[in-house]
Ligand binder design. Structure first.
Ligand code: HEM
Length: 164
């Protein structure tokens, strides 16, 4: 009993502290922003073709998991991702791709300029991240034509992501 209350006393303040910087989902809290699906930075495709080409939400989730893992482990861009909130990144990237591919989601993340602000992303970093996305889509067996259609939607975001 005494031991149990000692454990409680030690555990409680810690828990209170972590609830300040982390939400219940395990994500770090970010600065408030206006939630708006147009923050995704591209209009969704029409129809179900693209969602099917990515094997629905389950396929999109696998692509995002793989894409994020490749970026974090990458020798060239890994440093930029290191220490960032992987849990949030996976969730909102999934939403973004799912929204753009018209697979039945909305996007609740930040706009591309705000999300990549002060990160110092170079064009070469952008190229590397696109290569990692291509690898992730390849591993999922997404056909080449559908891969390129998604990449074409993402291409104009470069202006907001690459720093000057
Ligand atoms: C077309 C290419 C890209 C897309 C579609 C994209 C998409 C996103 C999205 C949706 C988020 C999360 C926004 C939020 O938290 O609300 C994000 C965050 C992030 N992106 Fe990108 N991104 C791209 C390129 C890049 C590149 C080239 C880099 C660096 C090499 C990069 C590094 C990051 C990092 C580190 C975060 C986490 C930021 C944080 O937690 O504060 N991204 N990106």
């Amino acid at each position: 009993m005494l031991f149990a209350s000692l454990v409680l006393m030690l555990a409680l303040p810690q828990e209170r502290e972590s609830s300040v910087s982390q939400s219940a989902s395990g994500e770090e809290v970010v600065e408030p922003y206006k939630v708006d699906p147009t923050n995704a930075g591209a209009q969704p495709f029409a129809g179900a073709d693209m969602a099917q080409a990515f094997h629905g939400q389950e396929g999109i989730r696998r692509v995002v998991e793989q894409f994020v893992s490749l970026n974090f482990a990458d020798r060239r861009v890994g440093e930029i991702f290191m220490n960032q909130d992987k849990v949030r990144l996976k969730r909102v990237l999934f939403e973004q791709f799912c929204y753009i591919l018209n697979a039945g989601c909305t996007y609740t993340g930040r706009d591309m300029r705000a999300a990549h602000k002060d990160m110092g992303v170079q064009q070469s970093d952008m190229n590397r991240v696109v290569e990692n996305l291509q690898s992730a889509m390849q591993m999922e067996g997404v056909l080449f034509n559908a891969q390129n259609r998604l990449l074409a939607k993402l291409a104009p975001m470069r202006r907001k992501i690459v720093g000057r």
